[in-house]
Each structure stands twice: as C-alpha cells, then as structure tokens.
Design a protein around this ligand. Structure first.
Ligand code: GDD
Length: 245
C-alpha cells in the first residue's frame, strides 16, 4: 500500500507583500500538514518581497520555492504560472491563496478533507455559505462590489456557487489539467470566474466550505478599474464566446 501523503502545493502570488509573507509561511507551517509545500510567485516587487521569499526558501520552517517574474503581470497570470509549475513538479493538490492574510490558513485542512472525500473537483473557501463571513472592517464598497459581482456572474453563467469570485481554493491536480489552466487568460476577479466556469463546463463539481474572510492589515489591494471592467465583460465572453478548452 502506498502511504505517502499527497503532495500539497500552496501557490501564493505576491506583489509588495514583504511583511505578510513570513507570517503566511509560519501559519502554513503551524498546520503541520504532511508533504505541504509553498510556491511564491513574485513579480519583481519593488518592496523586496522576492528577497524575503528567497530567505524563506533558504531557511523557512517548511519547503518554500520561489518563481521570480520580471514584471507585474496581474494576479491571474501569476496564478497560471505558479499552478503550471506546481503541476510540473508533481503536486497532487494545488491550493491558491492570497498573501495578504485575508484567507484563513486554518480552513485548509477542511478544504483538503472535502476535496479528498467527496466528488468535488475544486473546493472554494467561501464567504457566502452558511458559517462563512467577511470581516466587519472590509470596506463597504468592497462588500457591495463582491455582492454585485456574485449576483452578476451567477445570473449570466449559472455557476451554482455562492462565492463565485472567491480567491481561496483547493484544486485536484487533475482538475487543473482537465481545464487546461495554462490557457486561462483572465486576471483579477475574472480569473476566478473563468476557472470556475471551465470547471462547470467540464461537468465537474465545485464544493464550498465556509471561511471568515479578513481585511488585509498590511499593504494595499491591487484591484484596479481595469480589473473591474474586465470582470464586467468576461462573463458575457465566456457565455457567448467560442469555447477554447
Ligand atoms: N505576482 C503577482 N501577485 C499579485 C499581482 N497583483 C496582485 N497580486 C497578489 O495577489 C493577491 C491578491 O491581490 P489583492 O490585490 O490584494 O486582491 P484583492 O483586491 O483582495 O482581491 C482578492 O479577492 C477577490 C475576492 O474578493 C478575488 O476575486 C481576487 O482574485 C483576489 O483574490 C496578493 O497576494 C497580491 O500580492 C501581480 O500583478 N503579480
């Protein structure tokens, strides 16, 4: 019998997250999950996050690898690069998690449990299922945008999930291969939506576990007007455009 624990790679995109990154790695290490690896994808952050990541790779409490990219190219592109690297390096489960401490690492065991004991192809850390929440200090305009985005996306794409724009997810490696993650083009909110839509298009199941989403306490969101405009157009493109995968 093969008793080796599945390889879990947590892909963490970073842009100016120097102070958050060591905390994330400590929190992940505290989970004491076997065969847990971290892959940081840094876009040459001006604040030196890449150097912090290299130091963690050299002497962090758990295995950390760093993918250095030369220019800021958006969250979606960073995830695609990181997920592709994780697959190439033999990950069985890939977790996507932002570096701003808004995603509670303590939810990871429940997400992995759900992924490995049900027919779920991906498990979302969800703010909007029963038991989930967003921090009361999350700005009102972000709460409103998130509520509107979820309504809008589900009305057009009928994903059947409560948190269609969630950025905290656990994927089976075979799901990422099936949806051809390397060909995903979108960034920001729209990246999350395109990944979910491809999963549903392949007839696979998306499950959700509740999380409490925290407001970042250090650094700033990189959400831009361009990202929001892309998010408004992408559901229509996905719904009526030519299928590419
Ligand atoms: N490498 C890289 N990382 C980036 C880039 N832009 C953002 N990131 C990293 O991606 C993570 C999330 O970025 P934020 O800019 O803080 O995201 P957000 O506004 O809080 O949005 C998040 O939540 C939304 C749902 O509320 C999600 O839809 C969205 O995709 C993201 O996860 C952070 O770790 C940040 O450093 C980039 O261009 N390159």
């Amino acid at each position: 019998m093969n008793s080796v624990a599945p390889k879990i790679t947590v892909v963490v995109p970073t842009y100016n997250e120097r102070d958050n990154l060591p905390k994330i790695v400590d929190l992940l290490a505290a989970l004491r999950l076997p065969n847990l690896h971290v892959l940081v994808v840094d876009d040459n952050s001006p604040d030196g996050t890449g150097d912090v990541a290299d130091a963690l790779a050299a002497e962090g409490p758990i295995p950390v690898a760093v993918l250095h990219r030369t220019v800021k190219d958006g969250l979606g592109r960073a995830y695609v690069a990181g997920m592709s690297r994780a697959l190439a390096e033999g990950a069985d489960i890939v977790i996507q998690m932002d570096a701003d401490l808004s995603h509670p690492t303590t939810a990871i065991p429940a997400m992995v449990e759900k992924l490995t004991t049900t027919d779920a192809a991906v498990v979302l850390g969800s703010r909007y299922v029963e038991g989930g929440a967003v921090a009361s200090d999350w700005p009102w305009h972000r709460k409103a945008l998130s509520a509107w985005a979820n309504f809008y996306v589900n009305a057009i794409l009928r994903l059947g999930v409560k948190d269609a724009t969630a950025g905290f997810k656990a994927w089976h490696a075979q799901t990422l291969r099936a949806i051809d993650v390397e060909s995903v083009q979108c960034n920001g909110y729209a990246f999350q939506v395109e990944m979910n839509y491809r999963t549903v298009q392949h007839g696979m199941t998306i499950a959700e576990v509740p999380i409490k989403f925290e407001e970042r306490s250090i650094g700033v969101s990189k959400m831009s007007l361009g990202v929001q405009l892309e998010s408004a157009l992408v559901p229509w493109k996905l719904r009526f455009g030519k299928r590419t995968n």
